[in-house]
Design a protein around this ligand. Structure first.
Ligand code: NAD
Length: 292
């Protein structure tokens, strides 16, 4: 199986490297050319255009940072759906607007091209350790064809439904919870620090109490305790997902006031220049907010 990989950032890179390590012939493309260096070093090939990826692949995976990038790569004039032959399978692992995944799916159906919208959870560590969770929307028979290849990158593969946006909807619910937990950890640990508690010791206490969570473990151990906020999962990407979740809620005519407060909180941190840092950096912004 020859694989093409478009978007080799924090997630795409480790996913692609694991495919290469498992013996796949992989061709990578990223608008930031230097992002493909590590792919070439690992034995993969570099493509300079999407066309070159199409020529070299039977399965094309994408991991892109925004709806705009995804729309361009899939639906653009020189995009995948304009050029790809019918025997190539396309799998988008990005988290983008659910409506966009439906539009890409509809265009793929029209052209009889196989497509799945399969966003992932588990972060960079999950991508490195092959423990990602895939939440897949689209035809089950296509998932059956690509499942063994996705299993190289993830340990949990769920078919959410035939609807193209269903995996993304599940993923947005996941990320809404991540937004809650991250803000909760940031506020609670700011208060803990101000109260003179030893955060390392407190972690050991709460790790065996109900305050424990995977996000507390991740945010504290991998970022806050090291005072190093290189992503990871950037705060601006989480904020993007929270906004999509709010649009989803709006589409269903429901108000989520606490989620709205979260969106405002993360937007404020982004405006303060923290968008490119890992989401756990929110603790810095909260620590700065004092009562005057
Ligand atoms: P990133 O910004 O680190 O990487 C995105 C890559 O895509 C960059 O290298 C960029 O140069 C490239 N790119 C942008 N536009 C392109 C285009 N038109 N053509 C080709 N390449 C293009 O982002 P990331 O953290 O790797 O996230 C990728 C996707 O995965 C996002 O949708 C994100 O929400 C999702 N995600 C991220 C994490 C995480 O922990 N980082 C976890 C789960 C899901």
């Amino acid at each position: 199986m020859k694989i093409g990989f478009i978007g080799l950032g924090n997630m795409g890179k480790p996913m692609a490297l694991n495919l290469i390590k498992s013996g796949y012939e992989l061709t990578g493309f990223d608008i930031q050319r230097s992002s493909t260096d590590v792919i070439v070093e690992a034995g993969g090939k570099r493509a300079d255009t999407i066309d070159e990826v199409i020529l070299a692949a039977e399965l094309i995976l994408t991991s892109l940072p925004s709806s705009e990038a995804c729309e361009q790569v899939y639906l653009g004039e020189n995009g995948l759906l304009a050029k790809v032959p019918q025997d190539v399978i396309l799998v988008d692992t990005s988290t983008v607007a659910p409506d966009l995944e439906n539009r890409i799916g509809a265009e793929a159906d029209k052209k009889d091209i196989s497509f799945l919208a399969a966003p992932v959870s588990g972060g960079v560590v999950g991508a490195e350790n092959r423990t990602l969770t895939f939440m897949v929307g689209g035809p089950k028979e296509i998932l059956e064809l690509v499942q063994p290849h996705l299993a190289i990158m993830g340990s949990n593969i769920f078919h959410i439904s035939e609807q193209y946006d269903s995996g993304t909807n599940a993923k947005l619910i996941n990320n809404l919870l991540i937004g809650f937990y991250t803000a909760g950890v940031a506020e609670a640990l700011t208060l803990a620090e101000k109260s003179g508690l030893n955060l390392d010791f407190l972690y050991n206490v709460l790790n065996v109490s109900y305050g424990q969570s995977r996000i507390y473990e991740r945010n504290y151990k991998s970022f806050m305790a090291k005072n190093d906020y290189e992503p990871g999962f950037s705060l601006k990407l989480l904020n993007k997902d929270l906004r999509f979740a709010m649009e989803l809620a709006e589409g269903h005519g429901i108000q989520l006031p606490i989620s709205q407060a979260l969106v405002d909180l993360y937007a404020d941190a982004e405006r303060a220049g923290l968008g490119d840092k890992d989401m756990s950096v929110l603790v810095k912004r909260i620590g700065e907010q004092t009562i005057t």
